[in-house]
Design a protein around this ligand. Structure first.
Ligand code: 4NP
Length: 154
């Protein structure tokens, strides 16, 4: 199962989710490609935000090697599921979707823990370490659901 996480800058939320799910895949011996991407060209090739790196390191996850990249239409072919963090990301992804097959792959990450809620993952870019930690914990629950669902169907 190949999973892509999408946020705006690809330096805070989606790199944390990528690191989290990669670790969960490793721990549960789940196979699949896990990546993240964004829609804001300002940060291309940047390392993740230092707060995101620190929060992940605190939980034993090293995301310092990640470099921000833009979402590309071919991601619809490469990934089975595309999880977005908020309404703006959803709009951005839907705008470039080519057909219903592409659109069906996309969902809000938090719908995994609150189905149908279409809630946003708060952007820790605008907060401090505590906000980043809260975001981490929220996304950890959602990533656990992804791994559980895959292994239940395996
Ligand atoms: P992210 O956070 O989408 O979680 O990576 C942001 C990072 C940068 C900006 C906005 C959000 N920015 O406007 O530069």
């Amino acid at each position: 199962m190949n999973v892509l996480f999408v946020c705006l800058g690809n330096i805070c939320r989606s790199p944390i989710a990528e690191g989290l799910l990669k670790k969960k895949f490793e721990e549960s011996k789940t196979t699949g490609r896990v990546e993240s991407a964004g829609f804001e060209s300002f940060h291309i090739n940047d390392s993740p935000d230092p707060r995101a790196v620190k929060v992940c390191a605190h939980h034993g996850i090293d995301i310092s090697g990640k470099r921000a990249r833009l979402f590309r239409v071919s991601d619809f072919d490469a990934f089975d599921k595309i999880y977005v963090m908020d309404f703006k990301n959803m709009q951005d992804v839907m705008e470039v979707a080519r057909d219903e097959t592409d659109k069906k792959k996309v969902d809000y990450l938090l719908n995994l823990i609150e189905p149908g809620s279409n809630k946003s993952v708060a952007d820790p870019y605008y907060g401090g370490f505590d906000a980043c930690e809260a975001t981490f914990r929220q996304m950890e629950r959602a990533c656990q659901v992804i791994t559980d669902q895959i292994n239940k169907n395996a």
